[in-house]
Write a protein that binds this ligand. Structure first.
Ligand code: ADP
Length: 357
């Protein structure tokens, strides 16, 4: 195959060619190399250090060192680095291969080879390693959180045995174990829910149910777990609604759990349901710590937490509202918040009835 034909093939495969003259520190790039490095024809580079300046600052030293090493040892080059493309300012990942050899005529060292764009694969790998890191952090938080109620319950259980052996009254201790066990079971329920949230777009299982009954049951459950919050429920008369009952239960549970959690000093929690044309709505208002205005637009983002110095040490992973947002969106509904820092929050959602969908 002739040199010209090889060049056509490389261009067609989006593979660029480069040649570095190590003695003179000059650089020769093919047309395709200019394209993938994002260098316009008017800004052509001819010196090695001009190319180094375009390499991302975090990769520059490594790239520079590697070229020197390849030159000194006259070996093969295989690396990837990020480049800031002058033409659009975007970051591109470049894979570069080559070899150092001596020019037949004057024995000067040349590094020459090919380069191509690997940005999509590199971004995918970056995203994967980010996810793995998040999962690892998530697992360590989970272990820490689950340990607390288990340790408490075990301590109470030991005390209980002692008290029984002494023939003492155990009516105070026994409910304490129940509270810790309820906490544990609530945590496990949330963890399972959060786990499902990593599998995007799980199919909804539609059922016809009484929304007021679902809300009432959850309020009864949460009321048992706190002495410092007063719940008030104002249900409106509602027709049965068709939706994924378990997922909607998860949303209502998240909102009630947050109203309790983020009102560490207690207070009133007002809950209401309303009939809408073609659906229902749910509103929950608390008197807790509230959410700063500047953070409210990110509140439904995954892993977002609005609390700053967390003086009340409120545990959480910033997933409950994200899951709630996904579930309501999957139903074609809308979830919202109104809040003032220090004055409590009101969360609500509208849930369209999915009959016939
Ligand atoms: P988590 O509570 O596990 O952090 P969520 O997704 O349920 O996760 O909530 C995200 C963030 O929104 C919380 O960390 C908290 O800062 C804020 N938040 C949620 N609900 C309330 C509320 N009722 N009052 C004040 N802040 C809230």
């Amino acid at each position: 195959m002739k040199k010209k034909e090889i060049k056509w093939l490389l261009d067609a495969a989006n593979i660029g060619m480069y040649e570095i003259n190590c003695e003179e520190k000059t650089l020769d790039l093919s047309e395709e190399s200019y394209n993938l490095l994002g260098i316009a024809s008017v800004d052509r580079v001819s010196r090695v250090n001009q190319l180094h300046d375009l390499v991302h600052k975090n990769d520059r030293e490594h790239y520079h060192r590697l070229l020197k090493e390849v030159e000194e040892k006259e070996t093969a080059l295989q690396t990837s680095f990020r480049i800031i493309r002058p033409i659009d300012g975007n970051v591109a990942w470049i894979e570069q291969r080559g070899i150092c050899y001596r020019d037949e005529e004057n024995q000067k060292k040349i590094i020459s080879g090919f380069q191509w764009d690997i940005t999509p694969q590199a971004l995918h790998e970056e995203e994967l390693s980010h996810r793995i890191q998040q999962q690892t952090e998530y697992m360590s938080m989970i272990s820490h959180e689950l340990k607390m109620p288990v340790t408490c319950a075990l301590t109470y259980a030991e005390l209980l045995t002692e008290e029984i052996n002494k023939g003492h009254d155990i009516s105070v201790l026994a409910p304490k174990i129940e509270i810790q066990m309820n906490r544990l079971s609530d945590m496990i329920r949330r963890l399972l829910d959060e786990h499902t949230s990593f599998i995007d777009d799980t199919a909804l299982i539609m059922k016809r149910f009484d929304f007021n009954v679902l809300v009432r049951e959850l309020i009864d459950e949460f009321e048992k777990m706190t002495d410092i919050h007063r719940f008030s429920f104002t249900p409106s008369p509602l027709e049965p609604v068709t939706a994924d009952q378990d997922r909607i239960r998860q949303v209502v549970a998240n909102l009630i759990s947050n109203a309790v959690k983020y009102s560490p000093l207690g207070g009133n929690i007002l809950i209401a349901t309303h009939a809408l044309p073609g659906g229902v709505s749910f509103v929950i208002q608390d008197e807790g710590i509230g959410i700063p205005k500047a953070k409210q637009d990110k509140i439904f983002n995954r892993f977002f937490r609005a609390i700053e110095n967390n003086e009340h040490a409120i545990e959480g992973r910033g997933l409950g509202l994200y899951i709630s947002y996904i579930v309501i969106r999957q139903h074609g509904g809308h979830i919202w918040v109104v809040s003032d820092e220090g004055c409590g929050s009101t969360f609500g959602f509208e849930l369209p009835d999915s009959t016939g969908q």
